[in-house]
Design a protein around this ligand. Structure first.
Ligand SMILES: [Zn+2]
Ligand SMILES: [Zn+2]
Length: 311
């Protein structure tokens, strides 16, 4: 199954020409979700030829404008486009009120239901689930209530070794083998051994999104070992004190969190508008965590399956 994240925007609060505020497109198989929805996100979707109608929902981290000012425009466009399918909206308290008030005073009835889940940003718990993955909150340390999101694929079944299967094997046998069971006859004799006819299921993949936050070691437990971590890096190392005062993190701190969490790969973004060039952020993070990349706008990061054990 395809599992990827496209960076639509990785800027911070102050507008900068040709940089966009926070928004990411998470794709799993054919389903698309937005993570944060900064101003103009719907235009980024159009630029990348992604029909907004494909979206199943949006996860909003917090109510600073650079993370959600694009939402009302997007919802209005979905309504104009004739959407009737339900839309999932996950975010902190107040988001439902803001949207309800906006459409009340613009006298715009929405023709599709919004399924709200209001996040409690103080603890980590599951806020969404579908047939493929679960989403859990990651409490962050920001000036206002803020939660990141951990997307974790559900465990998959073992893979059948096609060349070894017999032509007339009943469906029930295949189901048992995929579930990790041996096929036995009524007397208890093993007819087909699971380990001979299957290979291990791929390990569930995971993606953690953490923006905005101070350096916060309490998230380490939640994001331990994820395949891909996005962590904000608003400032470079020399402004660590400023980062603390403004409830943000430095690139090096993002690297420390990635290293302590044993993640496979780190993406950094949400750079302050004071910087015109970003290679220094990469250098700062890589002093502590080598597998770091800049969350470059327009780039797609596939979340790859890790090799499984032998059995
Ligand atoms: Zn922000
Ligand atoms: Zn913020």
């Amino acid at each position: 199954m395809h599992f990827s994240v496209m960076i639509l925007g990785a800027g911070s609060a102050k507008p900068v020409a040709n940089k966009y505020p926070s928004a990411q497109l998470l794709t799993y198989d054919n389903e698309c979700f937005l993570i944060d929805c900064g101003e103009g996100t719907q235009y980024r979707l159009l630029e990348h030829k992604i029909r907004p109608g494909r979206l199943r929902g949006v996860f909003i981290s917090h109510l600073h404008g650079d993370h959600y000012f694009g939402l009302i425009g997007l919802l209005s466009s979905l309504n104009l486009g004739g959407r009737t399918e339900e839309f999932f909206l996950v975010g902190p308290r107040g988001l439902d009120e803001i949207i309800t008030l906006h459409f009340k005073y613009s006298q715009t009835p929405l023709h599709f239901p919004i399924i709200y889940t209001i996040t409690d940003t103080e603890s980590s718990y599951q806020v969404f689930e579908n047939q493929n993955f679960t989403v859990t909150t990651i409490p962050l340390d920001h000036r206002i209530p803020c939660a990141g999101y951990l997307f974790r694929e559900k465990p998959q079944k073992r893979k059948l070794i096609k060349e070894k299967l017999l032509d007339d094997m009943p469906h029930e046998y295949l189901r048992k083998l995929k579930n990790g069971e041996d096929v036995v006859d009524e007397a208890g004799n093993v007819l087909f051994k699971c380990l001979e006819f299957t290979t291990p299921a791929p390990l569930p993949r995971s993606y953690a999104y953490c923006s905005d936050t101070r350096y916060n070691e309490s998230i380490i437990e939640v994001i331990q070992g994820v395949d891909l971590l996005y962590h904000e890096a608003t400032f470079r190392d020399e402004l660590e004190q400023q980062a603390f005062e403004r409830y943000h993190a430095t690139a090096k701190q993002a690297g420390i969190i990635a290293a302590k969490s044993h993640v496979k790969k780190l993406l950094i973004g949400h750079f302050s508008s004071r910087y015109k060039e970003f290679s220094g952020f990469l250098e700062d993070a890589q002093t502590v965590f080598q597998a770091t990349e800049i969350a470059e706008e327009g780039k797609v990061f596939a979340i790859e399956a890790q090799p499984t054990s032998i059995i």
